[in-house]
Design a protein around this ligand. Structure first.
Ligand code: M6R
Length: 357
């Protein structure tokens, strides 16, 4: 039920701090360490390469998951769009492990890949919000994202829940391999949950940004580098899905290879700057688009902010920035859709779960 909320999407955005705390509780041992099922731990440990298969927003969580698993657990990971994987399968490693990420657990494109890899004798882990779902039943292992039912077509809390669970999966694998971590994952996720609360409390400011930049525009670009690029892809999907604004996420450095030709007077460009090692280069890209007439809106992180930034997110661990950065992007999309009189919870041409190929 929506309760006092006008839309499920807004309710589900606000639920994200609770979801992260819930995940911490579900996957934490009594002594405060992370521990997943032994069979998942063994499957992760013994595989020589992980293949993440997903679609849409879950694919974007997979891109972040690759970084988390490679950085924390030092395991090589590939991420593939499910509908492409079947028809354009890469050369597989000797001992692959497949991870299917799906909020609904019913997405037909993923099921096609699952059936195929199971036939080939490979092991599969499904990360889903619906444990009894088709993908969960047909996989060897399941990790539950514990986000609670997600009703709005636009996925919000499922995405952050998927990234939180992927963090814990990476940490558990690192522990299994005896890799020492230089951060406390439970504490860092708790910091993310508080940051999410602070962000959800800034709706008025984000509504104003949506009004200033997106009320009448035809298109909008999101730019970022490294981890910020992945959240740009998610921010642009959210915006196009519910507000029908033509939106694209680009890697900052790619602009000069063609995309910058699209910048016109007043084109909104939302730039994300939460990664210290690329902070100056993404700001350089902002100058390039501003010089061509763009209307830039910089979203940065505490400690890296400059005076001209439109919005600053609280500081979170560098591996976990996407979990926080996506909140203002979700809210900006929500208010843009609202101001453009769109049906926020049920956008045109879309269904909550895509059970046809
Ligand atoms: O249920 P799934 O996670 O497998 O769904 C995948 C996509 O269809 C889904 O994420 C879609 O992109 C969302 N509507 C995006 O908000």
């Amino acid at each position: 039920e929506k309760g006092t909320y006008p839309h499920f999407m807004l309710k589900e955005i606000d639920e994200q701090p609770f979801v992260i705390r819930n995940i911490i509780q579900k996957y934490q041992n009594e002594d405060g360490t992370v521990r997943l099922d032994e069979d998942i731990r063994q499957a992760m440990k013994s595989s020589d390469r992980i293949y993440i298969i997903a679609a849409g927003t879950s694919y974007h969580a997979g891109l972040v998951g690759k970084q988390l698993i490679e950085k924390i657990a030092q395991r090589p990971v590939e991420v593939h769009i499910a509908s492409e994987f079947l028809y354009n399968m890469p050369l597989l490693s000797e001992n692959p492990l497949f991870i299917f990420i799906s909020q609904s657990g019913e997405t037909a494109d993923l099921r096609g890949v699952l059936v195929d890899v199971k036939e080939k004798g490979y092991k599969a882990l499904t990360i889903t919000n619906v444990p009894g779902s088709t993908l969960s039943r047909e996989s060897d292992f399941t990790l539950h994202t514990y986000a609670g039912p997600e009703i709005a077509v636009a996925s919000t809390k499922a995405y952050t829940a998927q990234m939180a669970v992927l963090t814990l999966l990476a940490v558990d694998t690192a522990n299994a391999k005896g890799i020492e971590l230089d951060f406390d994952p439970i504490q860092e996720l708790a910091i993310v949950a508080s940051a999410m609360e602070t962000l959800c409390d800034q709706k008025e400011k984000l509504e104003q940004i949506a009004r200033d930049y997106l009320a009448t525009t035809r298109n909008c670009f999101f730019i970022g580098r490294a981890a910020d690029y992945f959240v740009c892809l998610e921010g642009s999907l959210k915006l196009k899905e519910i507000s029908y604004i033509q939106a694209e996420g680009f890697a900052g450095g790619e602009l000069k290879h063609g995309t910058i030709a699209l910048i016109e007077d007043g084109t909104p460009v939302i730039a994300i700057a939460t990664q210290e090692h690329v902070n100056l280069s993404i700001r350089g890209n902002v100058k390039e688009v501003a010089a061509r007439g763009a209307h830039p809106c910089i979203i940065s992180m505490e400690g890296l902010e400059h005076a001209e930034d439109a919005f600053v997110i609280p500081k979170v661990h560098e591996y976990l920035t996407s979990l926080a950065t996506v909140i203002p992007l979700q809210l900006i999309s929500y208010y843009a859709a609202l101001h453009r009189d769109c049906d926020v919870d049920k956008p045109r041409n879309l269904a909550k779960s895509v059970t046809v190929e």
